[in-house]
Design a protein around this ligand. Structure first.
Ligand code: 1CP
Length: 349
């Protein structure tokens, strides 16, 4: 198997820098749009054959060093009992919104093999179809990022309802977060049992907090999940499964993020990756961090940036190349193909 990605996650020697792209399966690929033309997004997530098909597309087309399960961070919200819809050009809609005690009390902590069996079936199918070609990454949202969607009822600009719940009724927020945390812990365990070889926890909106609030209202719950997963992996005598923690707006939160217990840290593009590695404690594995919109540059300019990031990241214990956030739908696929080739060529030792 091309296990360069797993080795890099563990901080081991690698022959080249592994690369995968956040949102590597998606609308920028014509092959994805073709499948998506026949099924809506949720149907794709819930049909293992379709989810597996689009998961494998970027592995074949881009030559990336890891596959990431095709799903969404909001799938567990529906499993907990909240209605979930994806409306064209509007994004996710969750209903009813989680802002009062009765509604939050009504949520359950689902059995992931029951309520989200399609995710686990997709993972089992993918491991067979990947046939050890590249490792498979499972994922979830972090509790806070997941909670923002559950509280706001969708995407948000200023997260007013979320912060209002936190500041006005902190115990209610905590009861919601405890349920989400328990759900995600079981969900990630089930993904690992089904065959996920690494997991990434997405805290896309963590950067809306001051460091103190981030620690109390977001990170504390991520620490619980990572701690529970590590203990479970140990008691079950399972092989080490790397955990990657990605936080949007990483720069102001490095001191906090380093205490999460993750094996590797996703870094967005707003900070130089060597500064991020230093802020995270120096001896760490970092993942990132090219600005997703620099994919619109001519190839020679992309190459300059790739070289710069590879050079800077050489000071860290390990580096997994990625964008600093998801690839946008307007991105020319040929530029992403070129990016992967550049990372491999320029980092080859
Ligand atoms: O119309 C379509 O085809 C659906 C678009 C789409 C896709 C392709 C959505 C809706 N989700 C996804 C897949 C997805 N989402 C993956 C697949 C694996 C891969 O990376 O290839 C992953 C890992 C996610 C994770 C996700 N979903 C995050 C965290 C990562 C990030 O980008 O910050 C978030 C915040 C979501 C919520 C979500 N799902 C979809 C949309 C449009 C949104 C974002 C809405 C917003 O901006 O708030």
């Amino acid at each position: 198997m091309n296990d360069t990605f797993l080795k890099a996650c563990r901080g081991e020697e690698v022959p080249f820098t592994p690369v995968w792209i956040m949102r590597q399966a998606g609308r920028y690929l014509p092959e994805y749009r073709e499948v998506r033309g026949k099924a809506d997004f949720l149907t794709m997530c819930k049909t293992p054959e379709l989810a597996a098909k689009v998961t494998l597309q970027p592995v074949d087309i881009l030559n990336v060093d890891a596959a990431i399960l095709f799903s969404d961070i909001l799938i567990p919200c529906e499993a907990m009992g909240q209605g979930l819809e994806f409306q064209e050009n509007r994004g996710p809609i969750l209903d009813p919104v989680m802002r009062d005690k009765d509604t939050i009390d009504n949520l359950s902590v689902p059995d992931p093999e029951d309520k989200t069996k399609f995710v686990m079936d997709t993972i089992r199918l993918l491991r067979r179809e990947l046939a050890e070609r590249v490792p498979l990454i499972g994922f979830s949202g972090a509790p806070f990022t997941t909670a923002t969607y559950m509280i706001e009822g969708g995407t948000s600009r200023n997260f007013m309802n979320t912060k209002r719940l936190i500041y006005e009724t902190p115990m209610l927020y905590k009861s919601l977060m405890d349920k989400i945390t328990a759900t995600i812990t079981e969900y990630l365990k089930a993904q690992i049992s089904a065959g996920a070889q690494a997991v990434q926890i997405f805290d896309t909106w963590g950067g809306i907090f001051s460091p103190g609030d981030f620690r109390e209202f977001a990170l504390a719950y991520v620490i619980k999940i990572i701690d529970a997963l590590k203990k479970w992996i140990k008691t079950e005598n399972r092989e080490h499964v790397p955990i990657i923690y990605f936080v949007g707006q990483t720069a102001g939160l490095l001191k906090e993020i380093r205490t999460s217990g993750a094996d590797a840290f996703g870094v967005d593009w707003r900070i130089n990756i060597d500064d991020a590695a230093r802020g995270l404690g120096g001896d760490v594995v970092v993942q990132g961090n090219l600005d997703p919109l620099s994919m619109f540059l001519p190839h020679d300019k992309i190459e300059e940036r790739v070289k710069d990031i590879l050079g800077r990241a050489s000071s860290a214990r390990g580096h997994i190349f990625n964008l600093g956030h998801g690839v946008v739908p307007e991105t020319p696929p040929e530029n992403v193909i070129a990016l992967v080739e550049m990372v491999h060529r320029l980092s080859g030792k």
